[in-house]
Ligand binder design. Structure first.
Ligand code: PNS
Length: 172
């Protein structure tokens, strides 16, 4: 059985991520979506929340499992016996970083192949960060993220705004 690992930050998963996971699941017997627990960038959602949100969006796709991981992607791939790493490519601007990561991963783990899926055109302009920016400013994110993610974003920013409006001496 060919197991593919689709690693990422997924903070949160967008329709673009969902599309790649579903397309990978049509090719590989099993796809593990690996939610990296410590991305360099500041995350809005906790690791558990990111796992839960992507899992919910993927309900009904039987051969995909969403799990969190720590440490090197190559080590995690080895531990789950994944022979393939899946990544998505949106634009030429993604290519440089993906190429660097693919070559470094291959150096660390020569048997692991990297398969890049080209974005579906309707999702080519999406990124988790731009969706978060739009949501934080009250813009409409319908169609950019799965419905459960849209709800979670609205709730998260509502809570953050409520907390920000409470005088600091009452929260510390
Ligand atoms: O969704 P992202 O942020 O583009 O995903 C990047 C990710 C999580 C795949 C990458 O940062 C990663 O593999 N992190 C795990 C630690 C690691 O293996 N670093 C070396 C990568 S060559």
């Amino acid at each position: 059985m060919t197991i593919a690992l689709y690693p990422g930050s997924f903070d949160p998963a967008t329709m673009g991520h969902l599309d790649i996971a579903v397309r990978a699941a049509a090719i590989f017997e099993k796809v593990v979506v690996g939610v990296y627990d410590a991305p360099a960038k500041n995350v809005l959602f906790s690791t558990d929340e990111r796992v839960e949100l992507f899992s919910r969006s993927l309900e009904g796709v039987p051969n995909v499992e969403v799990l969190s991981f720590s440490g090197l992607t190559v080590d995690y791939a080895k531990s789950i016996n994944a022979k393939v790493l899946v990544r998505g490519l949106r634009a030429i601007s993604d290519f440089e970083l993906e190429m660097q990561m693919a070559l470094l991963n291959r150096k660390m783990s020569p048997g692991l192949e990297v398969v890049c899926f080209m974005t579906s055109i309707e999702y080519s302009f999406l990124s988790s960060s731009i969706v978060k920016e739009i949501a934080s400013l009250g813009g409409c994110i319908s169609g950019m993220v799965p419905n459960n993610v849209a709800q979670a974003l609205e709730e998260k920013y509502r809570k953050l705004k409520d907390t920000a409006s409470i005088p600091r001496y009452l929260t510390s």
